[in-house]
Design a protein around this ligand. Structure first.
Ligand SMILES: Cc1cc2nc3c(=O)[nH]c(=O)nc-3n(C[C@H](O)[C@H](O)[C@H](O)COP(=O)(O)OP(=O)(O)OC[C@H]3O[C@@H](n4cnc5c(N)ncnc54)[C@H](O)[C@@H]3O)c2cc1C
Length: 448
């Protein structure tokens, strides 16, 4: 039996900073992971995905600039690209493990499961601890589809040795859409199969409509209102079947991917044995991220049923808050008010704050400014066909309460909007500021 002050389950963003901060204060800390050390973002999520997006962006831009001084002829070499991606991901487990050990943190590789309120087991080793942090992340939502074992996941997409001719993505969330765009730019025929009649539901639907239009132009085929019942293996590839608006639906493809949402990864932990209450969204926690049923347990990141979205910056913020609460007693509540997020499609789509619909539901009197920016120099010079910005202003006090951007620079612009919203910066002052020109920021005064 080994004894600790803190045992962290999960070596991703949600676990890491709490582990280091507690160790810095002299606590005995252990980190356990059932996968290679490093977590989803660095190994199987944001970072490797953005490498593929980076290459797809170049191809998209070349296509758009053909006949405008750029000649055609470039294409994605998938296996080269995956090899390049691995130069980033391969070193992560060793370097993170080494860094933990250097800091005096013990690292265990294996599945952690609770055996009592203050003990976990990993590979037959028993760890007793004063505190636990569950930062076990998320996994693809189980799908009630016959033959679901044939469906591949995002981890598989990021490791594909070659890209097949025809790919189907199930679900219309950000993972499906980002991978659909990457695969389409790499030359695959891409299908996106969606149960309902819309995608990316938390984003502004006017902008989403434009993104769908652009996606269709690059060859992505959407199958809306389609309920899948089965995936069956054929001699060459798979057939997905179900119903579409009560008619039979059948699609042959080489590979089928899951993009239909993720759920907290808690089952392996045996939370009942640790007296840890859970719900659909994760470990049930109070505002300090402490388990409501077992007070020595905290949760952070995708595994916590907090008010935060399952995104990397939220996992990081929660990990800091957990460390502060563990070290100094419960006092820090994460601030979820503003969380910019971006879907890295081509063009990208981003939001911060409220959508028009949400603001109206909350009964806020709003002014909505919808600006088609596709004719602006920023987008014209790179022949970008669809660009739009929508701002939502609270009429009562003139504050910006929501911003929505579609465009290749949406990821940059959305953070400018987030700064304005966070500091409630007066528009007049921003309009007086000088920004380097021509840049994304120099458009900002004209968008307020
Ligand atoms: C394809 C993809 C793309 C994404 N892109 C973005 C993006 O662009 N921007 C963004 O903000 N977010 C993105 N995300 C989400 C982001 O990756 C997560 O929100 C973030 O990584 C969550 O961190 P975490 O520490 O909570 O969990 P993770 O990083 O998932 O870490 C959890 C760890 O716990 C381990 N674990 C689970 N159960 C056990 C157990 N019983 N015993 C031992 N170990 C266990 C797992 O092996 C895992 O390594 C993406 C996610 C995916 C899948």
């Amino acid at each position: 039996m080994k004894q600790y002050d803190l045992v962290v389950i999960g070596s991703g963003i949600g676990g890491t900073s709490a582990a280091y901060q507690c160790r810095e204060k002299g606590w005995q800390v252990a980190v356990i992971d059932k996968h290679p050390v490093g977590g989803t973002c660095a190994l199987r999520g944001c970072d490797p995905k953005k490498i593929l997006v980076g290459a797809a962006e170049i191809i998209d831009r070349i296509h758009r600039m053909e006949g405008r001084g750029v000649t055609e002829g470039s294409s994605l070499d998938w296996s080269d690209l995956i090899a390049f991606k691995r130069t980033f991901t391969d070193p992560v487990p060793d370097s993170r493990t080494h860094a933990f050990k250097e800091a005096g943190i013990d690292v265990f590789r294996g599945v952690a499961s609770f055996i009592s309120e203050n003990e976990v087991k990993v590979n037959e080793v028993l760890l007793e601890s004063r505190h636990f942090l569950i930062s076990s992340g998320a996994k693809p939502r189980p799908l009630d589809i016959e033959g679901s074992s044939h469906i591949l996941h995002s981890d598989d997409f990021l490791e594909l040795a070659s890209l097949p001719e025809t790919i189907a993505f199930i679900g219309g969330g950000f993972i499906s859409m980002e991978f659909a765009h990457i695969a389409a730019q790499a030359g695959s025929q891409v299908h996106v199969i969606v149960r309902s009649s819309n995608i990316l539901k938390q984003f502004d639907q006017d902008l989403v409509s434009l993104l769908i239009k652009r996606s269709e132009e690059i060859g992505i085929k959407f199958h809306f209102d389609t309920k899948l019942q089965s995936v069956s293996k054929q001699e060459d590839g798979f057939v997905v079947s179900g119903t579409q608006n009560d008619e039979n639906f059948r699609l042959a493809c080489d590979l089928v991917f899951h993009g239909a949402g993720r759920v907290p990864d808690l089952e392996d932990l045996d939370p009942d044995k640790g007296n840890i209450q859970t719900e659909k969204r994760g470990v049930t926690v109070n505002e300090y991220l402490q388990s409501v049923s077992n007070p020595i347990v905290y949760a952070a990141g995708d595994a916590a049923a907090s008010a935060g979205l399952p995104l990397t910056p939220i996992a990081a913020m929660e990990s800091y808050a957990v460390a502060a609460n563990l070290l100094e007693g419960n006092h820090q509540k994460p601030d979820y008010e503003l969380m910019p997020s971006t879907v890295f499609t081509l063009p990208s789509l981003a939001l911060v704050g409220l959508t028009e619909t949400k603001a109206m539901e909350l009964g806020i009197e709003i002014e909505v400014n919808r600006m088609d920016t596709s004719e602006w120099y920023t987008y014209k010079r790179i022949n970008e066909p669809y660009a739009m910005v929508k701002t939502i202003i609270n009429k009562e006090n003139g504050h910006l309460i929501g911003a929505h951007v579609l465009g290749s620079n949406a990821d940059v612009l959305i953070n400018h909007f987030a700064v304005i919203m966070h500091f409630k910066l007066p528009f007049d002052e921003i309009k007086k500021m000088n920004f380097a020109y021509p840049t994304t920021a120099s458009d900002l005064p004209h968008l307020l």
